[in-house]
Design a protein around this ligand. Structure first.
Ligand code: 3PG
Length: 213
């Protein structure tokens, strides 16, 4: 898959909803009801981080939920890319970007939202053809004010910022011209998952899905 195709597919995924839930799943039994709860609330693109032993099986289980588009986050190596694709991930997200990681995604045909945090990283990805990028860690790296400033010299790159974003902070990002959506874990709190309070998660998802952009 060419970088241009990668960017088109990544943009389409980002446009599915204003917020992409960033999910850390410890218990495989949570995967399906969690995906159902988020999709019921209107959040359709779901990022499962490869940070727990259950993550790949969780992607497999969630990929069967109608209406959802499940991707893999925290891609660090080509092996992660292969495993994510084999588990049924429809897109990948990485905190930063390396040549090997990008090549693996292109070879596997896995649309990638590659991470960047500085003007040089953003420019390097753009040079490779990646016009849709993750900005990470968003709040810590300068937040919405930083992205607004980057939009002046580099307006051709659009972002999905993640890291430290909440329901309260999201509108400040979504109002910017160069933001397609935001990512965040706030829609799937650990305590609600532990309690199996899927209704609470649907409520959080609904609030997030109603954000304007
Ligand atoms: C991450 O990769 O951890 C995401 O950026 C989510 O960050 P958050 O937990 O601060 O929303």
């Amino acid at each position: 898959m060419t970088p241009a195709d990668q960017s088109l597919k990544a943009a389409a995924i980002c446009r599915l909803a204003p917020v992409v839930p960033v999910l850390v799943i410890d218990d495989l039994a949570h995967a399906r009801p969690l995906a159902e709860a988020l999709v019921a609330g209107g959040l359709l693109a779901l990022e499962v981080t490869l940070r727990t032993p259950a993550a790949l099986d969780a992607i497999r289980a969630m990929a069967e939920v109608p209406g959802g588009v499940v991707g893999a986050g925290t891609l660090l190596t080509p092996a992660d890319v292969k495993a994510a694709k084999a588990a049924g991930a429809k897109f990948g997200v990485s905190p930063g970007a390396t040549d090997r990681l990008i090549a693996a995604c292109e070879d596997e045909g896995l649309p990638l939202l590659p991470g960047a945090a500085t003007a040089s990283e953003i420019m390097a990805l753009l040079e490779k053809g990646y016009a849709v990028q993750k900005f990470f860690p968003a709040e810590q790296a300068g937040g919405a004010a930083y992205l607004k400033s980057i939009g002046s010299p580099i307006p051709q790159v659009s972002f999905c910022p993640t890291g430290g974003i909440s329901l309260k902070l999201a509108p400040g990002y979504l109002a910017l011209k160069n933001i397609l959506c935001v990512g965040g874990s706030w829609v799937a709190p650990k305590d609600a998952m532990a309690r199996g309070d899927w209704a609470a998660i649907t409520t959080l998802a609904r609030e997030a899905a109603a954000l304007s952009r």
